[in-house]
Design a protein around this ligand. Sequence first.
Ligand code: SF4
Length: 495
Amino acid sequence: MCGIAGIFSHKPVASELYDSIINLQHRGQDAAGIMTYDKRMHKEKGVGLAKEIFNSENMELLTGNIGISHNRYPTHGGFSHGEVQPFWTSVPYGIALAHNGNLTNYNELASEVTKTETRYLNTNSDSEVLLHLFADALHKDSPPQTSKEFFELLCESVSNIFNKVRGAYSVTSIIIGKGLVVFRDPHGIRPLVKGERSNGNGGKDYIFASENTMFYAMGYEPQGTVLPGELIYVDENGEIFSKRLIKKEFNPCIFEYVYFARPDATLNDVSVYRSRLRMGQNLADSWKEKYPDKTPDIVIPAPSTANTAALSFANALGVRYSEGLYKNTFIGRTFIMPGQEERKKSVKYKLVPQELEIRDKKVMILDDSIVRGNTSREIVRMLKDFGAKEVYFTVACPPVKSPCFYGVDMPTKKELIAGNMSEQQIEKYLEVDALLYQTIEDLVEAVTRRGNHYIDRPCMACLDGYYVAKDIDNAKITEMEEMRTFDRTSGDSVS
Ligand code: SF4
């Protein structure tokens, strides 16, 4: 997962891009970068949280009214400074690009870029390949003169990407002397929303980002979603051009609603908060049906992503919602941390049970999802250590059985608990008195029931094994898992 943003404004954009990174920090905590341009490209990027990378001195150098930003959470490539986005190339024009997603035919594309197009790849990142493919198709002997002509060339270049590139990609890009460009893959797997505000002079400023959580504070009005297969271009004068270049099924990631996105975001014209409330309601209905005799004394969310679903679950069951697990917010998400040992160690530091809420009670834990199962098992053990009479476990997401190759850094199938155990076996492994997962049908209902959306069918390949871009078979799974394992262990680029 990553977070991206692109801003065209009547005033300098650096501070608003910084605000975007801060507001999208939950989507990637490993690294961040900003690029802006006036007559030249200006960049600042580094490894760590935004507040560790940017300061008043380096921000002052990021001049210009057009720029892009990136929060990194690696799903391809290593962990070094050289892999931090945005990437850029000086030919043609000077192009910078930030990408959220994962290209599933990286090896074929990398070999095309290096052998056929004789370009040099400086990293193992799929985003660098995407940049070169984009740049290569924009390289013409007689460059277009007008914005309209340039937009036509952009349509050609992005159509070329849509034809060649498989997987998930939402992109923001700046091109020197031309403006801001954004596009989203034909299935719209990763999010990309848009907003605009008046510039007080009869014109408009534009923002495009992974989530719209910061729009209100910046004075932008949400304008819905960039459509799958759509290209949008804002030229240097603020004239906007857009075209949906290809129409395929719209399959946005369902896991954004379960776990990744902030609850105050609206993605693909569906409120994340409302979808989580419905996840809790649907789960409560199933619980009542399956376990009419098991009513918990309290419902505790595994904080914080599950809070919203736990609230509606408790309401629907008529029992008390409790903050029986205190979360230390200064420790990052365990799912995001590389390295199993670190992950295991951090659960006890991160979650502290409140004995008063737990002792002698029938405790229901509601979690957003179970990936490896280690955190869930530790939570259950902690509750028992603190005197819970019975522990029930409910999960807002159905069993995660298959890895994600579309931009979420999931473990290999071997490491996914539901990829290897039945629900009965998981119940035993967790040592709980009852376990209930959301069904796929109820999750889809929770996400798609309301909202003025165009979603045909969300991507839920990690739940049902159906990879929406039809680009994954068993051989590809092996190839992608090996590549990811290599990236995690080698962890470096040449720069
Ligand atoms: Fe999202 Fe799962 Fe699809 Fe990956 S496989 S894009 S996590 S729904």
